[in-house]
Design a protein around this ligand. Structure first.
Ligand code: C6P
Length: 415
């Protein structure tokens, strides 16, 4: 891929890197608007992974032969590059590879939470947390006797920051907050929340699953203690995710999973742990996936994350405007602008979200329908489900027009 790193995206050129977008269903071209669930994988990423399998597939940190050395270097370099991509100056020591955002949440909740939380401690979440965070902290709180409280979402789909200031107190041990809501699209003021947490001696975990793919992220500027994301949502492969943690905090934590590759010395009586990040990466890791993730962040960096963000903001604004034309669509979350990411969740008055997604599918339009793993938030919104269109670097306004044509069909059928 080569394109000027200034101005609007050359979407036609970008689309050439994604052969999957050429698919059609009975002659109807695919319109893929389910990017918040999973983004597609460009050729340079597929190529990097197949090059790994073709030329240097081998286990890492275990062999002194050429292939193992090459694989080990590639695996380690991937940590450094991904750390750099999200602004972590500590490199690999602050970048743990996990399976996905969910595992990153569990790693911190089990490792840090089980040893640090107890009765009297509070874990502060928000009402817009994904189940990956909400369910995990709920369960760890039950085991430790800590209490979970939730910062409220206001009528506009933003966090009520006055309530945040009430919730975060000297009893707070952890604040876990989603950076960009996968349902409302809200971009949360995570730096402000980090300051609030730190003022009270608490740590902050930021769920960046919907932020890292779509906007520039600098974990040090945010002052996050932990920051999590998934490879498959940033044009990378499935099976790999990242957990950033401040070195001083990761050093003090026990491993989450045990086994080979994460030890320094083992005797029949006891064991000691390898240095960061390997202490948290037992067993054979996702090596090809790490190579793919490295290629994915290179690919996005070449485009420029500011431009990715601008492109998505434009698409979200267009979708927001078009969906509202007939006055029978309810859209959740803030108006387009700096406080909304590149997704729009909505309901059509006459039609259940699942029926809508099915009609969309008849037009080969892929959207998600359901609770998007935010059931309590949907309860609060007073709906069981919503439909969601989510955009990426290869989407166009014309594709949003196709979505709106499908909406017309739904009106005709159910209206
Ligand atoms: N949201 C969606 O369609 P995993 O599955 O571990 O890669 O990501 C979990 C996750 C955590 N936090 C947020 C904000 C997310 O959006 C997701 C994944 C997908 O919205 C699948 S439910």
């Amino acid at each position: 891929m080569s394109q000027q790193n200034v101005g609007p995206l050359d979407v036609e050129r970008i689309r050439e890197d994604f052969p999957i977008l050429e698919r059609d269903f009975d002659g109807t071209p695919l319109v893929y608007l389910d990017n918040a669930a999973t983004t597609h994988t460009p050729e340079p990423v597929v190529e990097a992974m197949s090059d790994y399998y073709r030329r240097y597939n081998s286990n890492v940190h275990r062999g002194i032969h050429h292939l193992s050395q090459e694989a080990s270097v590639a695996y380690e370099d991937a940590h450094d590059r991904v750390a750099e991509f999200i602004g972590a100056s500590g490199g690999r020591e602050e970048m743990v590879f996990t399976k996905n955002t969910t595992e990153s949440e569990n790693l911190v909740a089990y490792s840090w939470g089980l040893s640090e939380l107890g009765p009297g401690d509070e874990v502060v979440l928000t009402e817009m947390e994904h189940h990956a965070s909400l369910v995990t902290w709920q369960q760890i709180a039950k085991r430790t006797g800590a209490e979970v409280t939730y910062i409220e979402v206001d009528g506009t789909g933003r966090l009520d920051m006055d309530h945040a200031r009430e919730c975060i107190t000297d009893d707070t041990a952890m604040v876990s907050v989603v950076h960009v809501s996968n349902t409302l699209g809200t971009v949360n003021p995570v730096s402000e929340l980090a300051d609030l947490a730190h003022d009270h001696g608490a740590l902050i975990f930021v769920d960046g699953a919907q932020a890292v793919p779509n906007q520039p992220v600098d974990v040090e500027e945010i002052d996050a203690d932990f920051y999590a994301f998934s490879g498959h949502k940033i044009a990378g492969p499935t099976g790999i995710g990242g957990l950033y943690g401040k070195k001083s905090i990761l050093e003090g934590m026990d491993p989450y999973l045990y086994g080979g590759g994460m030890i320094r010395k083992v005797t029949f009586e006891d064991s000691t742990w390898a240095e960061l990040p390997w202490k948290f990466e037992p067993g054979t890791p996702p090596i090809a996936e790490a190579v793919g993730l490295h290629a994915a962040v290179d690919y996005l960096a070449e485009i420029g994350m500011d431009r990715v963000r601008e492109h998505e903001e434009r698409l979200a604004a267009y979708a927001y405007e078009r969906l509202q034309e007939d006055g029978d669509v309810e859209i959740y979350g803030p108006e387009p602008g700096p406080e909304r990411g590149g997704l729009v969740s909505f309901n059509l008055e006459s039609t259940h979200a699942h029926d809508l997604a099915s009609i969309m599918n008849d037009h080969a339009v892929a959207v998600r329908a359901g609770d998007h793993c935010t059931q309590p938030l949907h309860d609060k919104l007073g709906v069981a489900a919503s439909a969601r269109a989510s955009f990426y670097i290869y989407n166009t306004k014309e594709e949003i027009d196709v979505l709106c044509e499908a909406l017309e069909d739904a009106r005709a059928l159910f209206g």
